[in-house]
Design a protein around this ligand. Structure first.
Ligand code: GDP
Length: 583
């Protein structure tokens, strides 16, 4: 690559490099084959694949190898929605509804009948598109339905930090009654603190018994209004389109109590309802805007990807120029297929969007929430409620374990069994535990292979017991913040020393550039010179532009002092660690 290399620096081509860049993007920037970049990195002892992010330092030296002069790209600005927070006023937004219930109880039939009978007059005959959500119009008011029925999709979204649903319709077939997935759905909705409206379906059937269902619901803590409770319950027949307008009116009554409002005058943010790859159009995603107004031309970060919105379509396939809170739209323009359940946010420019996505890709995954990790959070005062999904071999074991667990607890923390059932540990249990930042406790019951895999991805702890007293003892210790932990040092940031200044108090202050992760006051540090650790200590002072700061993140420079005396040299690498309980 030294061939034809110009001799003078001013003659060399210049490139701007962000704090993190993938091998593929670097290849694009340097106009060389990705394989050449990979080979060059291997010469430096770095094994990276084409989609892997490398830091500025590595990218910069590689670019130099290819005959470029490099410069750090501008620092990202703060997110717009945070800055805009105070601006604009709140206005009423339509409710967003999810339909849940046991298989075959009529969820799909209900969603279909609402879609068919409640479109605006001028739109009758328009072909509805499947975009994962649709809007119904009832007496001039809008209502949004997420049309992937079931509690799994709902909880996946919650697990990613999105509370997309305002109200849950729980469908219970009048001839079948409360079934295992009905109970799961109730517990998923309760864990999310989303109100439930019950639709007792199939009342046209001769063996329909709505009163029996009301009794079963009462036993589960959902007492219907006519029995003095506060659960709205509407008898319907989805198949014969009976009771549907009554159900929708009741949804609005609940929505009015919730006073659903959003600011539409800020940069948009919301949740991805569905995402797919279209052969001709490329990546498509359905966005549900939760705040602000979204327009074509907006630059968005959508979970692990980003893009500039080229066009937006509503649930009838009609192109729209803007969309407001609670309205679903299909968007065109993302660079990759997004993940449903991830959040999206509008950013001021493409550079910033790209740099946020790169940062996310290179950030380290959090550790598994085992009982002892949760115990540590309780002892630190971060966690006040230990959410438990309890699965047992037989129905009879549930009550004794549940009541013993719920009797435990201290001033610091209480245990809450958010779902208990007999049977093996399933993916649905993992999703619920993950979304509730809780744990799964199994008693004499196996974990399904799919659930084990998902638990590894979601970092959910599954704790198995075959002796009740040991199970209770561990939960007790956890609640007291005393469960024996396993510690590990977790690398959280790296910086390079670029200047050294004398200091009367600290001996020497290092001017550093944060290459990866973050740097914070009190962090444990290791100082490396030519890959050898030459000292370890703790950060005692951290400054940016003479101001004391608590934390500095990737791509920024700062002044750093550490406890004890270290003879910093330019080129030293400083690694920042936190200690974490991993088991
Ligand atoms: P899902 O699995 O909950 O989505 O249930 P579906 O909507 O697919 O319905 C399951 C079956 O119940 C289908 O054969 C429907 O036609 C039938 N069904 C749904 N609602 C009603 C109803 O109100 N009355 C009767 N008799 N059958 C219904």
């Amino acid at each position: 690559m030294d061939d034809n290399k110009p001799k003078l620096k001013k003659d060399l081509p210049h490139v701007e490099i962000p704090p993190f860049i993938t091998v593929r993007q670097l290849a694009d920037v340097l106009k060389v084959e990705p394989a050449k970049i990979i080979k060059q990195l291997m010469r430096k002892g770095i094994m990276a694949n084409i989609n892997q992010s490398i830091d500025f330092e590595t990218a910069s030296t590689t670019a130099t190898d290819f005959g470029y002069v490099t410069k750090a790209a501008k620092e990202p600005k703060a997110l717009p929605s945070r800055k805009d927070k105070g601006k604009g006023k709140l206005s009423v937004r339509p409710p967003v509804v999810t339909v849940m219930g046991h298989v075959d109880h009529g969820k799909t039939t209900l969603l279909d009948i609402i879609r068919k009978t409640n479109v605006a007059a001028r739109e009758v005959g328009a072909i509805t598109q499947h975009i994962g959500a649709y809007q119904a119009l009832v007496d001039g008011r809008k209502i949004t339905f997420l049309d992937t029925p079931g509690h799994e999709a709902f909880t996946v979204m919650r697990g990613r930090g999105a509370q997309a649903t305002d109200i849950v319709i729980l469908v219970v077939a009048a001839d079948d009654g409360v079934m295992p997935q009905t109970v799961e759905a109730i517990n998923h909705a309760k864990a999310a603190k989303v109100p439930i409206v019950v639709a007792i379906n199939k009342i046209d059937k001769p063996d329909a018994n709505p009163e029996r269902i009301k009794q079963q619901l009462t036993d589960l803590g959902l007492v219907v209004e006519e029995w003095g409770g506060d659960t709205v319950c509407v008898p319907i027949s989805a198949k014969q389109a009976q009771g549907i307008s009554d159900l929708l009116e009741n949804l609005f009554l609940v929505a009015d109590i919730l006073e659903l409002k959003a600011n539409s005058e800020i940069a948009a943010e919301g949740v991805i309802i569905e995402a797919k790859l279209d052969k001709t159009k490329g990546p498509l995603a359905t966005f549900l805007v939760q705040k602000g107004t979204l327009r074509p031309g907006d630059v968005v970060v959508a979970g692990g990807t980003w893009g500039k919105i080229k066009a937006m379509f509503d649930d009838k396939g009609k192109q729209v120029r803007k969309t407001e809170p609670s309205i679903p739209v299909e968007v065109l323009g993302l660079n990759e297929v997004a993940k449903s359940g991830d959040l999206f946010i509008v950013l001021p420019d493409e550079h910033e969007a790209r740099s946020i996505v790169e940062k996310q890709k290179s950030s380290r995954p959090h550790t598994t929430l085992s009982l002892s990790a949760l115990s540590s959070q309780i002892s630190d005062g971060q966690l006040k409620e230990l959410n438990i999904v309890l699965k047992t071999d037989v129905e009879g074991s549930i009550e004794p374990i549940k009541s013993s667990i719920e009797k435990l607890g201290t001033e610091k923390a209480k245990a809450r069994v958010i779902h208990a059932a007999s049977g093996s540990i399933t993916e649905s249990d993992v999703l619920l535990a993950s979304a509730s930042k809780g744990i799964i406790i199994g008693f004499n019951t196996p974990t399904s292979p799919g659930a084990t895999q998902l638990a590894n991805i979601e970092r959910v702890g599954i704790q198995q017991y075959d002796v009740i007293y040991k199970l209770i003892e561990d939960v007790d210790k956890t609640l007291k913040g005393m469960l024996e932990p396993i510690y590990a040092e977790v690398l959280s940031g790296r910086a390079e020393v670029r200047a050294v200044f004398p200091s009367s108090k600290l001996g020497k202050i290092a001017g550093v550039y944060v290459m990866e992760g973050r740097v914070w006051r009190d962090a444990q540090v290791k100082i490396l010179r030519r890959n050898k650790v030459i000292g370890d200590s703790r950060v005692s002072s951290l400054k940016r532009f003479k101001e004391d700061v608590a934390e500095v993140s990737t791509g920024l420079e700062c002044g750093l002092g550490i406890e004890g005396t270290v003879d910093f040299q330019i080129g030293d690498i400083i690694e920042f660690y936190r200690t974490e309980r991993t088991g």
